[in-house]
Design a protein around this ligand. Structure first.
Ligand code: DC
Length: 218
């Protein structure tokens, strides 16, 4: 039933898109692509080359991207967060990564998560989800991810979480304000607020939306 189905999962940083998109892909037996990883890998290549991602054109690095770049284990540092956001604002970089993302989805269907999947990469996707959460709960989620410990008590790390929240808000502001494919929900996206729901409830809600869309379009 899910053959060639495209599910777009967009939203701001650390809202739970990746967790949802991975679980959805597994439940629907579809390939999964974390498109943020593409921008992270381009940002990483710029840093490795000693180039400033905020000032210099990164198109050549985007065109040179190889699978090994995506498999690196150093793509989720704060430095790479900033570099990824900077290269993601460059239209030529986005253009260079477009065909790969479309090809990935068209091959066998896919669940893709990112910022512009429903607006630019697959504007005709039958299912578009926009995952949101408050800045505070996104900062707590990102902090726990960074520490590799899901049981951390956020109240014991107030100052560090406040810093993560400030970084997230700055990155969201840059992602939303850029001219090329800014972060925003597609007109026909269905919003899921992950503040009120745990990961399992978010997945069940998303699956309900997918089934309803499939029933409507078949
Ligand atoms: O989802 P993430 O935090 O790994 O994304 C890293 C950066 O890449 C983030 O600043 C937004 C940008 N991005 C984008 O502009 N478009 C996408 N489809 C995915 C990510």
């Amino acid at each position: 039933m899910s053959r060639r189905l495209i599910v777009a999962v967009d939203g701001p940083a650390a809202a739970g898109k990746g967790t949802l998109a991975r679980a959805l892909a597994e439940a629907l037996a579809l390939p999964y692509l974390d498109t943020g990883l593409l921008y992270r890998a381009v940002g990483r290549r710029m840093l490795d080359a000693g180039r400033d991602p905020a000032l210099e054109n990164a198109e050549a690095e985007a065109r040179a991207l190889r699978p090994a770049d995506l498999a690196r284990t150093d793509l989720r540092t704060p430095e790479v967060d900033r570099a990824a956001s900077a290269v993601a604002a460059q239209h030529a970089v986005r253009a260079a990564l477009l065909a790969f993302q479309r090809g990935f989805g068209h091959a066998n269907g896919a669940v893709l998560d990112g910022r512009d999947i429903g607006t630019v990469i697959f504007p005709d996707a039958p299912v578009k989800l926009y995952v949101t959460a408050s800045a505070r709960s996104r900062a707590e989620r990102r902090f726990r991810q960074m520490r590799g410990d899901q049981t951390i008590d956020p109240d014991a790390h107030e100052a560090a979480i406040a810093r993560v929240e400030a970084e997230l808000l700055a990155r969201d502001a840059a992602d939303s304000a850029r001219a090329s494919a800014p972060l925003k929900p597609a007109d026909d996206a269905i919003e899921i607020d992950s503040d009120r729901l745990d990961a399992r409830a978010v997945l069940l809600e998303a699956l309900r939306i997918v089934q309803a869309r499939i029933a409507e379009t078949s």
